[in-house]
Design a protein around this ligand. Structure first.
Ligand SMILES: Cc1cc2nc3c(=O)[nH]c(=O)nc-3n(C[C@H](O)[C@H](O)[C@H](O)COP(=O)(O)OP(=O)(O)OC[C@H]3O[C@@H](n4cnc5c(N)ncnc54)[C@H](O)[C@@H]3O)c2cc1C
Length: 372
């Protein structure tokens, strides 16, 4: 039952308020049924457009078709010694336009759910809900959900990147293959790779991605991209847009620990990979089902067992970053395309895990298992 009403003091009372209309917040807003709710988001979708990639199963390929920029049945990882090429019929590595996805969600908000294009301010949590103001109006909500980006540990491991979407002067080879990691770049400052998504034979997204504790100057990432393009004989005709990002791969601190967090703020980013989209979708679907049944508790986005495995992996990377390329190549070689997709999605089978564990250098991992 929707219970929106105006308090005498000019405060609008709501069932639910969602702070932040990004991946988690807007997805939740579209799934609310028979509730009075608002999603509060200051920025337009195009102001924060970026590529959100996932390994999409057939149902997701359909679900996200209208915001899909590109999808690939083949992907590769490369280092100085070898190349692993994966192929799968089950999953497609899929890149969504975040702006298209969010715009569609904003246009599909159910009756009783409104978008407020402004920051949430003066937030005062009270029990599960609280008071806040937005766009000059005052609200109270019985339940608050907060998806504002959490703070990252200054010295914590991060995935950070600078990328360009470019049009090339001539057609590139193998546009049907996504390059997830090409390690043939400077490894002196941490685990570093080039990531390339060809949207067509003349248009691609290229990113210079680091996994380390320290951010680099913009030019450092760009230099790596430019050198990589030269080695591939790819000439830029036009740079269409730039994309940058810093994704936490370590402990995070929510903006306000008194409010129930969803999405990245609730720990939905996989610590070992930086991927979060699929985990957020699963968390939000489960939460929405709970809300329909009267349970407002936010489900944990990632199992404790998987978090522990990811922490061990990251501890190895922190202690011996030079092992990063070889660990990723060994993981890719140990699995076929479906297994690799499951592994990255956090749904690896026992057999997938056994293959990966057998392929790992034992001492660096045992040291960290012991230490953690
Ligand atoms: C550039 C980039 C690329 C990424 N690519 C991938 C990828 O390819 N695949 C993947 O799985 N994951 C990816 N991630 C990780 C993760 O999926 C995203 O960070 C995702 O957006 C997290 O969703 P979220 O809803 O938790 O947070 P967000 O999407 O960041 O949403 C939080 C929202 O809160 C809003 N906000 C902030 N302050 C206020 C306020 N006071 N009031 C109201 N709203 C406020 C912000 O404007 C923002 O829109 C990427 C992250 C980044 C940064």
């Amino acid at each position: 039952m929707s219970t929106r009403n105006k308090h005498s003091a000019g405060t609008t009372a709501l069932d639910i308020a969602i702070i932040g209309g990004g991946s988690a917040g807007i997805s939740l807003a579209t799934k609310l049924k028979n509730r009075s709710a608002v999603v509060i988001e200051p920025r337009t979708p195009t102001e924060r457009d970026c590529s959100w990639a996932l390994w999409a199963n057939p149902a997701q390929q359909q679900q996200f078709a209208s915001s899909t920029r590109g999808s690939w049945q083949q992907w590769r990882l490369i280092d100085h010694h070898s190349e692993v090429l994966h192929q799968t019929d089950q999953y497609r590595y899929t890149s969504l336009s975040s702006a298209d996805y969010i715009t569609q969600c904003e246009n599909q908000l159910p009756e009783g759910v409104d978008l407020i294009r402004a920051p949430a301010e003066d937030i005062a949590p009270e029990g599960n809900g609280g008071l806040f103001s937005a766009a000059g109006k005052h609200y109270s909500a019985s339940q608050l959900y907060d998806s504002r980006p959490p703070a990252m540990a200054e010295q914590g491991l991060k995935q950070h990147f600078v990328g360009w979407e470019i049009r090339t002067k001539s057609p590139i080879s193998d546009p049907q293959i996504a390059t997830l990691m090409d390690f043939r770049v400077d490894q002196s400052r941490g685990l570093h790779f080039i990531y390339v998504l060809p949207f067509s034979d003349r248009q691609l997204l290229i990113e210079s991605t680091m996994i380390s504790t320290q951010l680099e100057d913009r030019d450092w990432y760009l230099q790596a991209m430019i050198e990589w393009l030269e080695t591939q004989n790819i000439e830029i005709e036009e740079t269409l847009r730039e994309e940058t990002g810093v994704i936490p791969m370590d402990a995070i601190t929510p903006v306000d620990s008194n409010i129930a967090c969803i999405g990245a703020a609730s720990g939905a980013v996989r610590l070992s990979s930086g991927y979060a989209f699929t985990g957020i979708q699963a968390q939000i679907a489960k939460l929405a089902r709970g809300i329909s049944a009267g349970d407002f508790t936010v489900p944990a986005p990632i199992s404790p067992g998987l978090i522990r495995m990811d922490r061990i992996f990251n501890a190895v990377l922190m202690a011996q970053p030079e092992l990063g390329p070889s660990i990723m190549m060994r993981t890719a070689k140990a699995l076929n395309g479906d297994g690799f997709a499951r592994f990255m999605l956090g749904s690896a089978t026992i057999a997938d895990w056994a293959r990966v564990i057998l392929a790992m250098p034992k001492m660096p991992f045992l040291k960290q298992v012991w230490r953690l």
